[in-house]
Design a protein around this ligand. Structure first.
Ligand SMILES: NC(=O)C1=CN([C@@H]2O[C@H](COP(=O)(O)OP(=O)(O)OC[C@H]3O[C@@H](n4cnc5c(N)ncnc54)[C@H](O)[C@@H]3O)[C@@H](O)[C@H]2O)C=CC1
Ligand SMILES: N[C@@H](CC=O)C(=O)O
Length: 379
């Protein structure tokens, strides 16, 4: 009734008042972070129109510099001059948010930094929710993992990290919901790494050198900032651990049995020497490819199994396997990951989630999805 007597100009003001403003700080603007900022800025108008939610990026930071603005950053954010060219402290951001009464705060961690996650508790205490593509907070000691959840609960904040496993694929949420709803997950198996999927899919299908395909995977942005994290199996090990913890299993990273793919001679050398010696991979992997049975291909496979009803009953391992070319794992292409989720109700036929498991664009989209999911929950 009141709506009908409001004039058009007043109605616009009313819409403004009702618009929900979400204030974002983005940490890390490398491959994933930079694309995320671009995606948010490009979709901003559409999200206001469709959802009446305004996504306002007020801070962008890397390890050295911080950009702050009272008006949202726009397409030219890369060329914005930094007020303070010196190093910054995290308090510069929390104080800025307080000074300008910014609420509905979300801190987004697109770094791969193990030290940075120690700031999460401080951010939460200062009113921030957290979204992260960085896997470290979920894979350091279980005590940190549990303390973080307690901190979130005490302060009524949320932490979303869908991209931690399977990049943009809806995996973490699916596992979480199945588990929460009482479904008994008995086993999860698959190719968890987009970069290693690409590497072995291409290497198995073509007659190329391992080092040639590896360079392509790095150039395509599929690998971790330090590709040795993929090749030594740590990244897949972390993903398995994240899923195990979603199932309330009490595992640590050392519980994951990992087959390291890096030749012994390159495991302890400095990064530059490693990059100059990628040819060292060629002979051992040529032999592995050649020694397979007919119509078999190489796949780097992660598996979580065991007695998952006991919180210390899981067996977690990551191995290089030779599988039939026409099997589900053998048919993978490109940088696709595949996750087979076996549960009591689904019996012998697993739920299968498959699709691009790495790449900056799909990962940024996944982080964006978490931001929107969280924005819906905030007032
Ligand atoms: N590339 C992919 O397909 C996927 C990546 N991820 C995760 O996304 C994250 C980002 O990956 P990329 O963008 O490829 O890495 P990147 O190396 O291109 O970018 C990382 C950025 O973080 C910044 N940074 C480092 N320490 C920082 C600190 N203390 N404070 C603020 N900024 C800091 C660096 O300056 C850099 O700008 C990683 O944690 C990775 O595991 C997750 C899923 C898929
Ligand atoms: N390096 C990772 C990227 C996503 O987590 C992978 O290859 O899967």
């Amino acid at each position: 009734m009141t709506q009908t007597i409001v004039k058009a100009s007043q109605r616009i003001d009313l819409e403004k008042i009702q618009k929900k403003k979400i204030n974002l700080v983005v940490f890390g603007h490398g491959n994933v972070g930079a694309l995320l900022i671009d995606q948010i800025i490009a979709s901003r108008g559409e999200i206001i129109r469709r959802k009446n939610i305004e996504l306002n990026i007020f801070a962008i930071a890397n390890s050295q510099k911080l950009l702050l603005t009272r008006d949202n950053f726009s397409e030219d954010w890369r060329t914005v001059k930094c007020e303070n060219e010196n190093s910054y402290s995290i308090e510069d951001i929390t104080n800025f948010a307080k000074r300008f009464n910014l609420d509905n705060l979300i801190a987004i961690d697109n770094t791969a930094n193990s030290e940075f996650v120690k700031i999460y508790p401080y951010l939460i205490e200062n009113g921030f929710n957290v979204v992260s593509s960085n896997k470290i907070a979920n894979t350091t000691e279980l005590s940190f993992y549990k303390d973080l959840r307690k901190k979130l609960k005490d302060h009524g904040k949320e932490y979303l990290y869908e991209t931690n496993v399977g990049a943009g694929l809806p995996l973490v949420d699916t596992i979480k919901l199945l588990h929460l709803s009482g479904e008994n997950i008995t086993r999860i198996k698959g190719v968890f790494s987009g970069s290693l999927s690409y590497l072995f899919n291409e290497f198995s299908a073509k007659d190329e050198l391992f080092s040639t395909v590896l360079k392509k995977a790095i150039d395509k942005g599929f690998t971790e900032p330090d590709p040795r994290e993929d090749l030594c199996g740590n990244d897949v090990g972390r993903k398995l651990l994240i899923l195990a913890r979603e199932l309330d299993l009490h595992n640590e990273i050392d519980d994951v049995k990992i087959e390291n793919l890096i030749p012994l001679s390159l495991r302890l050398v400095p990064k530059t020497e490693f990059f100059n010696s990628l040819n060292d991979f060629d002979v051992p992997f040529h032999i592995k490819r050649k020694n397979q049975k007919k119509d078999h291909v190489l796949r780097y496979v992660g598996e979580l199994r065991g007695d998952l009803s006991k919180n210390d009953g899981a067996i977690l391992d990551v191995r290089l396997l030779s599988v039939p070319k026409n099997s589900m794992l053998g048919q993978l292409k490109g940088s696709d990951s595949i996750f087979e989720i076996y549960t009591e109700s689904y019996g012998k036929n697993p739920i299968v989630i498959q699709g691009a498991g790495a790449g900056a664009a799909v990962t940024a989209r996944g982080v964006f999805g978490d931001i929107l999911r969280l924005s819906d929950k905030l007032n």
